[in-house]
Design a protein around this ligand. Sequence first.
Ligand SMILES: Cc1cc2nc3c(=O)[nH]c(=O)nc-3n(C[C@H](O)[C@H](O)[C@H](O)COP(=O)(O)OP(=O)(O)OC[C@H]3O[C@@H](n4cnc5c(N)ncnc54)[C@H](O)[C@@H]3O)c2cc1C
Length: 346
Amino acid sequence: MPVCNSNQLKTFNTFGISANANRISVAVSVESLLDLWQEAVENHQPILLLGGGSNVLFTEDFKGTVILNRITGIDIQESDTAWNIHVGAGENWHELIIYLLKNKIYGLENLALIPGNVGSAPIQNIGAYGIEFKQVCEYVDLVELKTGKQIRLMENECRFAYRDSIFKHGYRDGYAITAIGLRLNKVWKPILTYGGLTKFSPDDVTPEQIFHTVCEMRQSKLPDPSITGNAGSFFKNPIISAELAQKIKSEYPECPQYYHNEHSVKIAAGWLIDRCHLKGYHIGHAAVHQKQALVLINQGNATGQDVIALAAYVHKQVAEKFNIYLEPEVRFIGSDGEIDAVECIS
Ligand SMILES: Cc1cc2nc3c(=O)[nH]c(=O)nc-3n(C[C@H](O)[C@H](O)[C@H](O)COP(=O)(O)OP(=O)(O)OC[C@H]3O[C@@H](n4cnc5c(N)ncnc54)[C@H](O)[C@@H]3O)c2cc1C
């Protein structure tokens, strides 16, 4: 079974936080995943599954075994109306989109350039530019690590919601996602509701144009993790009562708000942070990004504790000004495993 020579996690998390694990191993099949899990359990080691490490913050050294999911494989089947694509959890999400585009299979282009593995996409129901993973998901395959029992959850069983799913709750500890199934309609319908995509006409836009435009928009707005460590949006966009949203809107008419349901509204967390004049604010080597206030960055040698202190400061400023309590989207990993991110910054 492949074991990394290094026990350093810096290159395995896009925040670029220096932290060590006792051991870093690579699972290339369900069998090797189960063996590595069993071995770590026998050695009384905490275990952390990791994909691309683009949604985690290591708050300190991890005193256990990290298992990198590298289960690959793409299988494409077709019916009269749709492409059915079975993908190993360890495939890279963006590379999958490129591969499908080359094969003239469309529908994922709005989700281009989201870092990370295919198997992590269902966990927080990744979303961008008007589309969420749930809209293309047919099923998610997982394995119960203790027993080796393989489970398939269909899309309607995954409890997908905004940045949420059953994989953050009932099927979190002791389960690994091993593959996903996508269903992409052969009749392609462009989604042009968001940002720079609204300039296109649905009658003549191509999937390639959407793909390139999304990539350009993301590259111009977001820091590239290979240059500046970050984990994308650090906080979720909060969902607040319609009453509070109205109060904020009357004071700040330009505040971006989105319909959630008849009682509540989703409000842009980046805008709230920006209104607190926090762009560029830093603690230690962690800073609020100059262009995109929702992104916290590692300016060089930030520690997990620097990022926590900064996130706590941002949280406090926004709470004091708007009476809104931001929640991290990023998952916090302590010495024994995941810790409560909300508690850490409150
Ligand atoms: C620059 C940048 C931009 C981003 N933009 C977006 C965006 O537009 N929209 C969006 O939704 N997200 C965005 N993200 C967040 C991130 O890319 C996604 O959440 C992505 O799906 C995480 O994938 P990953 O493989 O890196 O997950 P990891 O960070 O490796 O893992 C995330 C969590 O899932 C668990 N996990 C990993 N693999 C498995 C598995 N196989 N089985 C069970 N549990 C597992 C881990 O233990 C961890 O708790 C962005 C991140 C960055 C750095």
